[in-house]
Design a protein around this ligand. Structure first.
Ligand SMILES: Nc1ncnc2c1ncn2[C@@H]1O[C@H](COP(=O)(O)OP(=O)(O)OP(=O)(O)O)[C@@H](O)[C@H]1O
Length: 262
């Protein structure tokens, strides 16, 4: 199922010095509140985009959902089981390049495949996943010999080959140029249709979320609260310029206080 629930998540970081403008949590006078009572229910197999303004706490939320950080209060349940730490079945793709620079594209993907016991089957799967993300011909290239888009593709292949129950992606295409970013969006849609992995994808790009998500969770400014939780039962490819999607796009711009940008 790979269903994920977040119940009453609060995260406050301990403040070592007073920073003007930062709200403090009542009582202690020494905490910096980032998440405020986040409740979520994400169904297995859904592609959920978490959208919010810069610095609102998106990465903090994702780290907590993936078990890399602990909430101050509240809990996360995956298929009804409390999350107590990271799991090899829940894979995280970071904002920054995460490939090992001393390994080729093939060797990086092989890291994800190390649990496949049969060497011939392992090699077959590595080739299959490199082809799937369009890296055939670049298998023996090191990360510095690949373009930004290719490096991201290798990371996606390395994550997918583990057959993850949940894939957590923290603004994975943020550093790419506009055209490569659009290509990667299309590829993510295809990958999701093919594997039906439960996917949590952080972005601050409204159009990216509208193109990708089965669901969009809109967070407020810090301390982050869920402002909207919207289901998008629209087929791919999507035209954001017309119909219900255009209305939804306008609604999200308004929700995020971006009226003037429309
Ligand atoms: N380990 C930490 N200790 C103290 N403060 C932190 C820590 N991690 C994040 N913060 C603070 O929490 C706030 C939210 O950070 P976070 O990275 O979660 O936001 P974000 O929405 O992902 O930002 P961006 O869109 O810029 O990537 C920021 O003000 C940040 O300075």
């Amino acid at each position: 199922m790979r269903e994920l629930r977040a119940e009453g998540l609060v995260k406050a970081y301990r403040e070592r010095r007073r920073i003007p403008g930062r709200p403090r949590l009542g009582g202690t006078g020494a905490d910096y509140l980032v998440l405020k009572d986040i409740n979520l229910h994400l169904k297995g197999g859904e592609f959920t985009c978490i959208l919010g303004p810069s610095g609102c706490g998106k990465s903090t939320l994702l780290r907590i959902l993936a078990g890399f950080d602990r909430p101050t209060s509240g809990r996360v349940l995956i298929d009804g089981e409390p999350v107590r730490g990271p799991s090899p079945r829940h894979i995280f793709v970071f904002q920054e390049d995460g490939l090992f620079p001393w390994m080729t594209a093939r060797e990086n993907v092989a890291v994800g495949a190390r649990f496949i016991p049969d060497p011939a089957e392992r090699e077959r799967r590595i080739r299959e996943y490199l082809d799937l993300v369009g890296l055939e011909g670049f298998e023996e290239h090191y990360p510095h010999q690949l373009s930004g888009g290719m490096r991201r593709r290798a990371e996606v292949a390395r994550a997918l080959i583990t057959n993850p129950e949940i894939l957590f992606m923290d603004e994975p295409f943020g550093a790419l140029d506009f055209v490569t970013r659009l290509q990667m969006r299309e590829e993510m849609v295809n990958v999701h249709l093919m594997f039906e992995t439960t996917l949590l994808f952080i972005t601050h790009d409204i159009d990216e979320a509208l193109h990708l998500g089965d669901r969009i969770v809109v967070l407020s400014d810090r301390p982050a609260e869920v402002k909207a939780n919207i289901s998008l039962p629209f087929p791919h490819p999507r035209d954001l310029g017309s119909g219900e999607l255009a209305d939804l796009r306008r609604e999200i711009y308004f929700l995020m206080g971006l009226h003037a940008a429309l």
